[in-house]
Design a protein around this ligand. Structure first.
Ligand SMILES: [Zn+2]
Length: 398
């Protein structure tokens, strides 16, 4: 693996050599830039990169090459999400409330309590309202000493130009499926074929790939999602399958949160030097409490994010269909369904496939805008009806 020689903090950033080089250099400087903007498509590891950078900045090693050692107390607590001077802001709502940003800014005035820097990571900076952004802008323009802001967004265009111009950009790219598979094999000891399937199916989303490779239930739920368009024959199916899609994603969200929460808890207990079933001594309890609070906030958002993931899976499916229809020869996201998709592709026009990709994008936008899931999904599944039915319903074309 190409990151094998780098400090452990960077090990999880598969296929991001340029960003790792940039950040590991910055982490050894006496006064690194105080505002950073991490951009890249979902799953490229924007917030992981920000966390790894935070870890390297706080690491207690004297030797610059060792920063982000993964062994010192600072590294372990940043990684476990409980370092007192690294605050990660992830909204449980669709947008950040202005009060949340104000609170963050008032915290930013404090000196670091134990670490070298006081670090604020704002995941999904694109979910800030313009007013909230303007409040944050003032804080970034007049930075308190030793405070570092890290903003994450899908692309630079997703944040206001006034913010963007004050941040140093870090661009992450979608890693090749093979780099993600290598990471799963090297780090998690997974079977190479299964790892490659998971890397492709997740479209190189590292966290999702790992989950797919390790959890058969997650694989089955994903299969249920991508098979859905292939099963729709009549309008009544479209309604029933929209409902099924909501149920499958709710189940997946619950299961995924449980696994992740348990892993994080085990990681934290290890970092605190405690055994799995050992009682947490009172003086360490605030660490566990802080983790639990952040997990509760995340659980609330998890259903929304899982549904969004299902939309990405469906988009991938129709892109595969389109690739087969146009004969591009591209590697498929759902390579394991090549035959099945081949016969499906045969029975529909490329034009309709494009319309279906659009319908998924529309549903995704509506879900982000808080339209009730069932409503948004029904409109989408209607567009999956066979061409012969859609042809008869000119008013309701996909
Ligand atoms: Zn360290």
């Amino acid at each position: 693996m190409s990151n094998a020689t780098a400090a452990p903090a960077w090990a999880e950033l598969a296929g991001q050599e340029a960003a790792v080089g940039q950040l590991s250099r910055a982490a050894t400087m006496d006064s690194p830039t105080h505002a950073w903007l991490f951009t890249g498509p979902p799953g490229s590891g924007r917030s992981n990169a920000a966390r790894a950078f935070a870890q390297a900045l706080q690491c207690e090693q004297e030797d610059p090459a060792q920063r982000g050692c993964g062994r010192c107390h600072s590294c372990l607590t940043v990684h476990a999400g409980t370092h007192a001077d690294v605050k990660v802001m992830a909204t449980e709502n669709v947008t950040y409330k202005i009060d949340e940003i104000r609170e963050l800014i008032s915290l930013a005035q404090d000196r670091p309590s134990s670490g070298r820097w006081r670090i604020f990571i704002i995941e999904d900076a694109d979910r800030m309202t313009e007013r909230a952004t303007n409040v944050l802008l003032k804080a970034i323009e007049e930075p308190p000493a030793r405070t570092i802001w890290m903003l994450c967004a899908p692309s630079p265009a997703d944040v206001l130009v006034t913010i963007r111009s004050r941040c140093r950009p870090v661009g992450l790219r979608i890693p090749a499926a093979q780099s993600v598979a290598d990471l799963l094999v090297d780090r998690d000891g997974l079977d190479p074929a299964l790892a490659l399937f998971a890397a492709r199916a997740s479209q190189s989303h590292v966290g999702m790939a790992r989950r797919l490779a390790r959890d058969e239930g997650a694989r089955q739920r994903r299969e249920a999602v991508v098979h859905l368009p292939l099963r729709i024959q009549a309008a009544s199916d479209a309604v029933a399958l929209a409902k099924e899609l909501v149920e499958v994603t709710q189940e997946e969200a619950k299961s995924s949160a449980e696994v992740r929460n348990a892993e994080e808890r085990a990681g934290l207990l290890r970092a605190l030097g405690l055994g799995e079933d050992e009682k947490v001594p009172p003086k360490l309890r605030h660490h566990v409490k802080r983790l639990e609070d952040s997990q509760t906030a995340r659980n609330k958002r998890s259903v929304h994010d899982t549904l969004d993931r299902a939309m990405i899976d469906l988009t991938g499916l129709f892109r595969d269909v389109l690739a087969l229809q146009l004969g591009t020869g591209a590697e498929l996201v759902n390579e394991h369904l090549r035959d099945e998709l081949g016969s499906y592709a045969h029975g529909v026009t490329a034009e309709r496939t494009v319309a279906r990709i659009d319908a998924v994008a529309t549903a995704r936008r509506r879900l982000a805008g808080n339209v009730p899931p069932l409503l948004a999904l029904e409109a989408m599944t209607m567009s999956f009806l066979p061409d012969r039915i859609l042809d008869r319903r000119p008013g309701q074309q996909a």
